[in-house]
Design a protein around this ligand. Structure first.
Ligand code: HAM
Length: 420
């Protein structure tokens, strides 16, 4: 017997209906905000992730599925979608379109993390990226879209955490302030943070290890180190969010685990998720397009973690699983053929029909109709065939009756539920 790989899951009914509902609602939302779909490859050259996410991040250091292809090139299964979106943006000169250029993508991402609740090695994201506008109005719009989407899909109890981590001008000062504060207590930190001290000191701020939380108390706050430009941007963004009645919490420790961010960062968290509590996250990455060799283009985006969103929706709301409208029970070969003809007619009118595939007794056919949740059962035996009639039974309330086989679509179209 074979099993799926560790941390990699099949997605089956009835959960799949929650997935489909989320995906179709997201597409509607993207359309009204003017985000167009792009389909990005699952594999890319390793370099694009190294350069964007950063050499010294957990993702690049420990979590990428990287392998040489047959020609010896280093290939990586995408751990996220922003770097591929930027590669695509430049490759197809999408910057020549009128700004802002707004795109979304959906699909699997791969990270070799330790699997646990809400954390998988293959997981799905719905991502959105908007390019070409530096003003905070674009940040606001992107956040408003995410907020509207989560609210509309039924998540009322999420926290919007927001921060600004500054730009290449002001961040070095902040880094220096952190380094000088932590230098005399370095030994007390976990080994990861000791390493981060040299490679990426901001990441010390979101370490979850108890002793590191204790040791970083009193650390300077990033927003107090912002340059005038970053400060104004952040201030204007918060004012716009307030004006749009989008509730948020300031979280100065929100530094994100990917190196490409500049300025605005945000995360949507829920206490219902346990330790992996971010259901969506994103921020600005104003330097990345240029770093990838494109024209200087500011950008902002986010990604929603599908598994976590599905888990929340399942916990917070009762989902209706779709079921057939009609089951056709038949007795005998001829009746079965008639049943198939009727099924064909009904299906060509968009009605979900399950026919009988021969053999079974009427009792067991009706049991099947019940188990698959059919709304109505049609019964066709020898007598019905001769008389050109169909017996029908409402499987939910037990009412039953007889109807003309010929006029069946008229009856269905009349919308009279009791008589099918
Ligand atoms: P991220 O924070 O790495 O950001 O991932 C975004 C979301 O994907 C997380 O908040 C979480 O819901 C989900 N996620 C991440 N890793 C896993 C995992 N191992 N298992 C299950 N779910 C997971 C990014 O990926 C950025 N590309 C977001 C972005 C887009 N920033 C700007 N544009």
């Amino acid at each position: 017997m074979y099993n799926a790989l560790k941390g990699i899951e099949d997605i089956l009914p009835p959960d799949i209906y929650v997935w489909q509902k989320i995906e179709s609602y997201a597409k509607k939302m993207f359309q009204i905000y003017g985000f167009q779909e792009i389909r990005l490859p699952i594999i890319e050259s390793t370099d694009i992730f190294r350069r964007s996410i950063g050499e010294n991040t957990d993702i690049v250091e420990k979590e990428m599925y990287t392998f040489p292809d047959k020609a010896g090139r280093s290939i990586t299964m995408r751990p996220e979608g922003t770097a591929p979106a930027v590669r695509c943006f430049i490759e197809h000169k999408l910057y020549e379109l009128p700004a802002p250029q707004k795109f979304f993508y959906t699909g699997p991402m791969f990270r070799y993390e330790r699997p646990q609740k809400g954390r998988f090695r293959q997981f799905y994201q719905i991502g959105a990226e908007a390019f070409g506008v530096p003003q905070p109005s674009l940040d606001t719009e992107v956040i408003a879209m995410l907020y509207g989407f989560l609210d509309g899909i039924g998540l009322k109890e999420v926290n919007f955490e927001i921060n600004s981590i500054g730009c290449e001008k002001c961040r070095p000062d902040y880094k220096d302030a952190l380094l000088s504060l932590f230098s005399d207590r370095l030994e007390g930190f976990c080994t990861d943070c000791q390493r981060r001290y040299h490679t990426n000191p901001l990441r010390i701020l979101d370490c979850k290890v108890e002793k590191c939380i204790e040791l970083r108390k009193g650390a300077p706050i990033v927003t107090e180190y912002l340059c005038d430009e970053c400060k104004t941007h952040f201030h204007d963004l918060l004012s716009l969010l307030q004006a749009m009645k989008i509730p948020y919490t300031l979280n100065p420790n929100l530094v994100r685990g990917l190196d490409y961010y500049t300025g605005t960062t945000f995360e949507v968290t829920s206490e219902h998720l346990g330790s992996q509590k971010a259901v969506a996250a994103g921020g600005r990455y104003d330097r990345l397009v240029e770093e990838f060799g494109g024209p200087a283009t500011p950008a902002i985006g986010f990604a929603i973690g599908m598994e976590r969103l599905v888990a929340l929706i399942k916990e917070l709301s009762e989902e209706k699983v779709p079921s057939p409208r009609v089951f056709i029970a038949t007795l005998g070969k001829e009746a079965e053929m008639e049943g198939f003809m009727i099924a064909k007619d009904l299906r060509s009118n968009g009605i979900w029909v399950e026919p009988n595939y021969g053999g079974a007794s009427l009792k067991s056919q009706l049991r099947r109709a019940d188990r698959i949740g059919a709304e109505f059962a049609f019964i066709i035996g020898e007598n019905e065939l001769k008389a050109g009639k169909i017996q029908w039974k409402n499987m939910k309330n037990g009412t039953q009756g007889e109807l003309e086989a010929k006029g069946i679509m008229d009856i269905i179209n009349s919308g009279n539920k009791d008589t099918v």
